[in-house]
Design a protein around this ligand. Structure first.
Ligand code: ATP
Ligand code: MG
Length: 221
């Protein structure tokens, strides 16, 4: 099949605990900027020992929240590809499996700059780069020169396609939202109303999360 006819598919992966407007804006910006046919929102599975932690949403709840958040956008789709019984799968395996199953698709893996900083510590980063274009949005007020240098460095290291996503710095994180909710502070507008309502109804993020610090740093790669 010729390259031109391939469907262009964005993949927005994350823990989404909870999904917030940062994730949604990244997905929509990538859809626009790279003329993607679809963006798959792909919640990462949790290994069994991480499934029902205090102060966190359960796997099904994270999926429900993603479903609610993307419902109004026909360009977005939920993918349960990584929600399997034995916990998370590594990104390189996901992308390789998706590619093998869908030779008619070209994949754009979307991430924030924080993920690009740790990218060399992810499992098999070279195989990720071989399987997808990497689309990166700025985050945490990264200096533009530092961000550009990091992109160049990654291009040289992996000989891959690292593309800069044109987004403003979006100072928002799931961790911050969990803290707001736990402290009874409004998280309105940080996340779509149906998601906020779901969190309220299901009384998620009210108890204090043990190991919040540790967990927040454990990117899976
Ligand atoms: P947590 O605070 O729990 O780590 P998070 O807000 O970082 O949550 P994740 O689910 O960890 O959300 O992120 C999934 C992907 O989205 C990562 O690649 C991350 O870099 C990116 N991302 C999340 N929020 C933003 C944001 N505000 N700006 C840019 N990228 C973001
Ligand atoms: Mg994160």
């Amino acid at each position: 099949m010729s390259e031109e006819r391939k469907r262009k598919i964005g993949i927005m992966g994350g823990t989404f605990d909870p999904i917030h407007i940062g994730h949604l804006i990244l997905g929509e910006a990538a859809r626009q900027q790279f003329s993607l046919d679809k963006v798959f929102f792909m919640p990462a599975g949790n290994p069994p020992h991480k499934r029902n932690r205090a102060g966190r949403a359960g796997d099904e709840q994270r999926v429900d929240m993603v479903r609610l958040a993307i419902a109004s956008n026909p360009g977005f789709e939920l993918s349960l590809f990584e929600m399997n019984e034995d916990g998370y799968s590594y990104t390189y395996r996901t992308l390789e499996m998706l590619r093998n199953k869908n030779p008619d698709m070209d994949f754009y893996f979307i991430m924030g700059a924080d993920s690009l900083f740790d990218f060399d510590q992810w499992r098999e980063p070279q195989r990720i780069v071989n399987a997808a274009h990497i689309v990166v949005a700025t985050r945490n007020q990264t200096d533009p020169d530092v961000f550009n240098r990091l992109l160049d460095q990654r291009r040289e290291e992996f000989h891959g396609d690292f593309l800069k996503l044109d987004t403003p710095n979006l100072d928002i994180s799931s961790k911050h939202i969990r803290e707001l909710i736990r402290n009874g502070i409004s998280a309105r507008y940080y996340l779509p109303d149906p998601v906020r309502e779901y969190i309220r109804k299901n009384r998620i993020y009210l108890s204090s999360a043990e190991n919040e610090e540790k967990v927040a740093c454990s990117g899976k790669g």
